[in-house]
Design a protein around this ligand. Structure first.
Ligand SMILES: C[S@@+](CC[C@H](N)C(=O)[O-])C[C@H]1O[C@@H](n2cnc3c(N)ncnc32)[C@H](O)[C@@H]1O
Length: 210
C-alpha cells in the first residue's frame, strides 16, 4: 500500500462531496459490468468492499435481500447513507471495514468491489482475497484498475504515487490459489477491467464429483 489506511481515508474524506461528479466513461462502464456480473437475486446478501459513496451497493440493493457496504472513509460512507435514505432503500447498511478486516460476520452470497482494490499492495491483495474466500461467497466480482499490458503512468487511471494496481495475471493467480474459478474477464481499457471469480460455477460440480 503506497499510503496508510488513515492517509487513504483522509484523501477520500476530502473528495467525498465531489466524488460522484468526477467519474470517467470507463469508470461507469466498469461499474455497470460489476453490477451486471454480480446479478444479485432476491435471496442474496451482497458485501461491497471499498463501497465509497455506494455506487455498486445502491445499484444492487433493489435486486438483493440485503447489501452491506464497507469502507475506511467516513466522508464517503456518509454520502452513501444519504443516497440510501433519499432512495428509501432499507435493505442496505454502510459501515467501517477494510478489505482485510471487513468487520462483517454472517452469510455472504456475493462480494463486489469497484475501483478500490488497487490501493492494496499485491501481497495485501492476496491476503484480502483469502479473507473474501473464507466468507464463502459463490461469486466475487472485482472491477478495478488492473494492467492488461505494460503499466503506463502516462495513460489514465494509474497514478504510481498513490495507486498499486496489479496485472490481470497476478489477480487471476491469487483468485485461483484461493479456490475460485475465473469465469469472466472484461477489458474496459488497457488499465481497467472486471474479473468474475466463482466457487463451484455451473458445470464444475459434476467434474469435482467424478
Ligand atoms: C475510487 S473509490 C471507489 C468507490 C466505489 N466502489 C465506486 O465504485 O464508486 C475507492 C474507495 O476505496 C476506499 N478504500 C481504500 N482503501 C481501502 C481499504 N483498504 N479497505 C476498504 N476501503 C478502502 C476509499 O475510502 C474509497 O472510498
Amino acid at each position: 500500500m503506497k499510503k496508510s489506511l488513515e492517509e487513504h481515508a483522509a484523501r477520500f474524506d476530502e473528495k467525498a462531496g465531489a466524488y460522484d461528479d468526477s467519474k470517467s466513461e470507463e469508470y461507469h462502464a466498469c461499474a455497470n459490468l460489476v453490477v451486471e456480473h454480480a446479478a444479485a437475486e432476491p435471496d442474496d446478501t451482497v458485501l461491497d468492499l471499498g463501497t465509497g459513496t455506494g455506487a455498486i451497493a445502491l445499484a444492487l440493493a433493489p435486486d438483493a435481500a440485503r447489501v452491506v457496504g464497507r469502507d475506511i472513509s467516513e466522508g464517503m460512507l456518509e454520502q452513501a447513507r444519504q443516497k440510501a435514505d433519499e432512495a428509501s432503500l432499507e435493505n442496505v447498511e454502510f459501515g467501517h471495514g477494510t478489505f482485510r478486516e471487513p468487520d462483517y460476520e454472517g452469510p455472504v452470497d456475493i462480494v463486489t468491489t469497484n475501483f478500490a482494490f488497487h490501493h492494496l499492495s499485491d501481497d495485501e491483495k492476496r491476503e484480502a482475497i483469502d479473507v473474501i474466500a473464507a466468507l464463502e461467497p459463490r461469486k466475487f466480482v472485482l472491477g478495478d484498475v488492473m494492467f492488461f499490458g505494460d503499466p503506463d503512468p502516462d495513460d489514465p487511471f494509474y497514478t504510481p504515487a498513490v495507486d498499486d494496481p496489479a496485472t490481470v495475471g497476478t489477480l487471476a493467480d491469487a483468485l485461483t490459489d484461493a479456490g475460485f474459478s475465473l469465469t469472466a474477464v472484461e477489458r474496459v481499457h488497457d488499465q481497467v477491467g472486471v474479473l468474475v471469480a466463482e466457487r463451484n460455477p455451473t458445470g464444475s460440480d459434476v467434474a469435482a464429483d467424478e
